[in-house]
Each structure stands twice: as C-alpha cells, then as structure tokens.
Design a protein around this ligand. Structure first.
Ligand code: ADP
Ligand code: ADP
Length: 229
C-alpha cells in the first residue's frame, strides 16, 4: 500500500530579487511500513522535502498523493485535518512546550481528536511507559535531559496512533548514547508498522533505515536499499 507519492514535485522560494529552486521535479514513492532516511549536504532541500511531506508547506508544482489521495490542491484547513490524524513530528530541538508538564505536552497531541478525557489520560500513561518517561510525568521540559526530552517528543508523535512519523535530525542534539536510544525507539515503532521518514547527517543512524534517499541541489541523486537485518 502506498503511504505517499510525490510526482514531479518542485518547490521554488521567491523573494523580491532571488529565486531558489529548493526541490526540482522530485519523484518519491514510499510504501506503508517503510523506514526511509533522507541524506544530503546542507541546503540540498531535505527540510523542504520533509515539510512538504508533513503538509507544513505546499509544493510550487507537481503532485502529492497521500494514501492514494491527490492532496496537491487542498486548502490549509484540509491539510491540517489530514496531518493531525496521520502524522507525528520529531525535531532536532525537541520542540516541547516549556510551560506544560511532560504528560500535558503529550496529551496536547490528542486534544484535536474526539477522545474523552479519561481515555486520553490512559493513552498518555501507556505511551509514557512505552518510551520510559513515566517517572517524569509531572516534570517540566526544562527539568529533563535532552535524551529525556526527545523521549517525550517521540511519545507525543505516536500517542494518536499516527501512521507516519517524520523526524528531522532527531539525534542532532544528543550525545551518541542517547542518540542510539532514540534510534532504537524509532526502530521499535517501525517494527510495529509505523512508517518513518527521517532526515539525518549520521550514516550510522541512516543504517537503521531500509532505504536512503540522497538529495543534491534539490534532486534525488541516488537511492540505496539495505538488505533486511
Ligand atoms: P536542507 O534541509 O537540506 O539544509 P533546505 O530545504 O532547508 O535544505 O533548503 C533548500 C534550499 O532552499 C536552500 O537553498 C535554502 O536556502 C532555500 N530555502 C529554504 N527555506 C527557504 C525560505 N523560507 N525562503 C527562501 N529560501 C529558502
Ligand atoms: P538520562 O541519561 O536519563 O537521559 P541524565 O543522566 O542526563 O538523564 O540526567 C539525570 C537526571 O538529571 C535526569 O533525570 C534529569 O531529571 C536531571 N537533569 C538532566 N539534565 C538536566 C537539566 N539540563 N536541567 C535540569 N535537570 C536535568
């Protein structure tokens, strides 16, 4: 089953004087259940690609099919509906809300869904257990280490049973031990069927993915498939 398909997708940033082609007729197809790494030098279009896949930004040209539905011309409201129910995000800088506790940060991802409060609490408790942060439920993000904050971000990304996780350099701010922990969490989620697309600069972390898409100057230059471990 197709998770998503980008057909001749381009993104051009226009300011008064300059035009930057961030993505140039990109063709990408990702199946449900895949774990894909996106690599390439700074400025090659990785974040732009991830933002478009995550419906945070829209293409200038070409088509985006999400679960076989052509969403290229959808309004911001329509895109945000699809995003909230299907996609979880993990960022390099964790992006937790400083004023909310661990459990509140995670619960926030469920407020858009029509779920009664008691079930929300049960789901949050379950996912906190899963990522090993339950003992810090009442802590504020500033009271946590980077490794712990990223666990909270992973919990927030998956608490709504999202089918697709987008991770933009999820280990970029972590030391190697905590980075590896986050990679193992992503691998466990993928083993359970969650589709994962991750931007990374780390070849070792890209090795967790089955497939690597290499970008250069807005083009897909190569794709590497790894044998199943
Ligand atoms: P990467 O994530 O691989 O570093 P980006 O997707 O951030 O690459 O950027 C791709 C290209 O698009 C770069 O040349 C960058 O300067 C440009 N770009 C990215 N975002 C914007 C923007 N909002 N306005 C103008 N140019 C941008
Ligand atoms: P872990 O290895 O579990 O990620 P650390 O060994 O880095 O955690 O931190 C141990 C404890 O110290 C954590 O449980 C956390 O509560 C506290 N701690 C770590 N970093 C900070 C910080 N920057 N500010 C406040 N407390 C912190």
């Amino acid at each position: 089953m197709s998770m998503l398909k980008l057909h001749n997708l381009s993104k051009i940033y226009r300011t008064d004087e300059v035009e930057t082609v961030a993505l140039d007729k990109v063709q990408v197809e990702i199946e449900q259940g895949e774990f894909v790494a996106i690599m390439g030098p700074s400025g090659c279009g990785k974040s732009t690609l991830l933002n478009i896949i995550g419906m945070l930004d829209t293409p200038s040209d070409g088509n985006y099919f999400f679960m076989d539905e052509d969403i290229s011309d959808y309004s911001e409201g329509q895109l945000s509906e699809i995003r909230k129910h299907n996609i979880g995000f993990i960022f390099q800088s964790f992006n937790l809300i400083d004023e909310l506790s661990v459990e509140e940060n995670i619960e926030l991802a469920l407020l858009y869904h029509n779920i009664p409060s008691s079930e929300r609490k049960a789901r949050v408790a379950k996912v906190m257990d899963k990522v090993g942060i339950a003992h810090r439920a009442k802590h504020m993000p500033s009271q946590l280490s980077g490794g712990q904050q990223q666990r909270v971000a992973v919990a927030r990304a998956v608490v709504g049973d999202q089918a697709l996780i987008l991770a933009d350099e999820p280990t970029g701010n972590l030391d190697s031990a905590h980075g590896q922990e986050v990679m193992e969490m992503l691998q466990a989620l993928n083993d359970e069927g969650t589709t994962i697309i991750m931007v990374t600069h780390s070849p070792a972390h890209a090795d967790y993915a089955r497939r690597t898409i290499n970008l250069f100057d807005g083009h897909v230059v190569t794709e590497n498939l790894r044998a199943a471990q």
